[in-house]
Design a protein around this ligand. Structure first.
Ligand code: MLT
Length: 407
């Protein structure tokens, strides 16, 4: 009889955001007239920028005619998009990344989840706590996490607590970490690292032969100067870091799906026989075997976000959500909450009042205020006692939510 990958029965039965969606659906069914405000999953509410939609229409029209029709494209992404990425996201910041170090995909969730394919199960994995649940769940699926206890803390993972006491700056681990997941601006806390703080990790990785998996999905929300937009702003990072980017939050592509991963040719890891192997080669092999390319139409849309008009439109989307984040941060503070983040990120991390637990407070907000948040404990043990507010809603909903909380 066939047998399963047993790691799947060790992880929680439902993915965090699916569990929340289930609870919200139950609440709506029981209260059909409730005006529920969604501040849970970081899904955007504004439509796509015109430049992206126009590019999709044009590309779709090309697909109608034999002369311009395109079938399978390069798995790694079309040159027009990889070149635009290099030019606008890296060269413009003085960073030297080559087009063949960019791998276009259907989003950062898939890439941060799939990257484990190219690493052995023996790696010790360090993950900031709290963190985006995909990092822990996919390492557990891949057999790198060990065994969970009843609080879903895994025996082989190295947790890097980020809390008010350490100002949400992870400390270097006591044990040697081979793979290190860092997400900045941070999901879920909305906090950031300065260049000097990030350099500590790059230096650690260089000294210990570790690889940093740097999730920069929220870089477009950075407003402060000393916050790096890319890990490659730190000297030496192109020897030790893989970076993940997304068009989801930047340009509203949550439903359109496009992202990319940067695997510089200088990043290596050891084979079983002790040979240094370029990760770029392995990821290229993995990507071209398991992925058939982001659709042409979507890649044209992503390219258009780098046009002069596209950039302007994207900037205005980001400003809109940044203003929402300010309204949430200040609204919660006025209502007496202790809050973090929301300055360089679309998330505000709020301490639940009166020592309430995350899920308890999540349920209270849903049932009593008709506001959906994300319980901090869903992001890890250090998230217990917090909830996360997303700034991706409409202005009307954001203001209304703050009014409900003031009361
Ligand atoms: C979140 O809410 O943490 C994100 O939207 C989830 C995601 O990007 O997959």
């Amino acid at each position: 009889m066939a047998t399963i990958n047993d790691n799947f029965i060790k992880i929680p039965a439902t993915y965090l955001f699916s569990e929340i969606a289930k609870r919200v659906a139950q609440h709506k069914e029981a209260n059909p007239n409730a005006k529920v405000i969604r501040m849970g999953i970081g899904d955007v509410s504004l439509p796509l920028p015109d430049a992206a939609v126009d590019a999709m229409i044009k590309a779709a029209e090309e697909q109608r005619h034999a002369e311009t029709f395109r079938g399978y494209g390069p798995e790694q992404g079309y040159a027009f998009l990889r070149d635009a990425i290099v030019e606008n996201d890296f060269k413009s910041r003085g960073l030297s990344i080559d087009a063949d170090e960019i791998f276009v995909s259907d989003g950062a969730k898939s890439d941060t989840g799939n990257i484990g394919d190219i690493f052995s199960t023996n790696n010790r994995v360090a993950i900031t706590d709290p963190s985006y649940p995909v990092y822990v769940d996919t390492n557990a699926m891949g057999g790198r996490a060990g065994e969970p206890n009843n609080q879903n803390v895994w025996s082989n993972l190295i947790y890097l607590p980020c809390n008010a006491e350490n100002n949400f700056v992870p400390q270097l681990p006591q044990e040697k970490a081979d793979l290190i997941y860092l997400c900045y601006p941070n999901n879920p806390t909305g906090t950031t690292l300065t260049k000097a703080q990030l350099k500590v990790w790059v230096d650690y990785a260089k000294a210990n032969g570790s690889v940093i998996l740097f999730d920069a999905a929220y870089e477009a929300f950075i407003t402060e100067d000393d916050v790096p937009h890319s890990i490659y702003e730190i000297e030496g990072a192109s020897e030790v870091a893989i970076e993940f980017r997304s068009f989801s939050k930047t340009a509203g592509f949550t439903g359109t799906r496009c992202g990319y991963t940067v695997v510089p040719k200088g990043v290596t890891a050891l084979s079983e026989s002790g040979e240094k192997v370029q990760l770029n080669k392995l990821w290229n092999r993995r990507h071209s075997t398991k992925f058939n390319g982001t659709s042409y139409v979507v890649q044209r849309a992503a390219e258009a976000t780098y046009s002069a008009e596209g950039k302007k439109q994207v900037k205005s989307l980001i400003s809109f959500y940044t203003e929402n984040a300010r309204i949430i941060r200040e609204g919660l503070q006025k209502a007496g909450y202790t809050v973090y983040g929301g300055v360089n990120a679309p998330y505000v991390w709020a301490k639940a009042p009166q020592g309430m637990g995350s899920w308890e407070y999540f349920d209270y907000l849903l049932k009593e205020k008709n506001i959906v948040t994300t319980p901090g404990a869903g992001f890890g043990l250090s998230g217990e006692g917090f909830v996360r507010f997303s700034a991706f809603g409409s202005r009307e909903d954001t203001l209304e939510a703050m009014k409900r909380l003031e009361k």
